[in-house]
Design a binder for this molecule. Structure first.
Ligand SMILES: [Fe+2]
Length: 251
């Protein structure tokens, strides 16, 4: 993708334009099973970190870049192109968001899952992107449920998972679809990397999220929770129950 908005310099400027709470600086040498360890942004601003990403030992995430009108336009144009392809597989895209990752060489993004659909566009540098099915043992049910109460999306790691990964080698111009909640870890190659993620929800993923949120309450009350239905079948009763429980202040 030859796109001036996605050059290192354009992203350094975008990092200063975004409200600071949407710009995160993280360490590049995290490990699977660990956390997204943060680095402070008070010794260098985000633009300086991005301009020196080759040596800074960091990766920077720009969250919700659609807040900047130029990037909102870019996401709209992308969604116009990919929307007809994704709708048959996920239903219409809702709550569309953009994330940009600028990574030092060798950055490891540790094992985690995201409760949204994602297409990652590799813009600069290479990435080794490892994915797993969104089922146990890689995604334990209690972790999936806990995400909707506590927001933690990190996952426990077992060294045996290394050989079980589906590895996708991404080079500039490649794109990868990551299904809802599919666990993954990512390793950047020998050059600084830029990736753009466009993420979205669907009516189905919102319904699944509601079921995950209400499951613990149902279990405490002695009700069955059942398996997660495969798309397009949605857990409609649990989803309805979740909306009622939210209104009643039970969740
Ligand atoms: Fe992710």
């Amino acid at each position: 993708m030859d796109q001036p908005l996605l050059s290192f310099e354009a992203l350094a400027k975008a990092a200063l334009e975004l409200p600071p709470q949407y710009v995160e600086r993280r360490i590049s040498n995290a490990v699977n099973g660990g956390e997204f360890a943060m680095d402070r942004l008070d010794d260098a601003d985000a633009a300086t970190v991005i301009r020196s990403i080759n040596t800074s030992g960091n990766w920077v995430m720009l969250r919700f870049v659609e807040q900047l009108s130029a990037y909102s336009g870019l996401l709209d144009r992308l969604m116009d192109q990919i929307g007809p392809s994704i709708s048959p597989s996920t239903g219409p895209g809702l709550t569309i968001r953009g994330f940009i990752f600028i990574s030092s060489p060798g950055t490891l993004t540790p094992f985690h899952f995201d409760c949204e659909y994602n297409i990652l566009f590799q813009i600069a540098g290479d990435k080794h992107f490892a994915t797993y099915q969104p089922i146990p043992p890689w995604l334990p049910l209690d972790r999936h449920e806990a995400y909707y109460s506590a927001g933690n999306n990190m996952l426990p790691w077992n060294d045996a998972y290394e050989a079980e990964a589906n590895i996708h080698q991404l080079r500039p111009g490649d794109a990868l679809f990551i299904p809802y909640a599919s666990p993954h870890w990512v390793k950047a190659g020998a050059e600084p990397s830029i990736s753009l993620s466009i993420t979205w929800q669907s009516a189905w993923s919102q319904s699944v999220g509601a079921a995950m949120q209400i499951n613990p309450l149902l279990r405490r009350c002695g009700f069955p929770t059942g398996d997660l239905p495969a798309w397009p079948k949605a857990p409609k009763w649990r989803s309805l129950g979740c909306r009622v429980a939210r209104k009643a202040g039970l969740l």
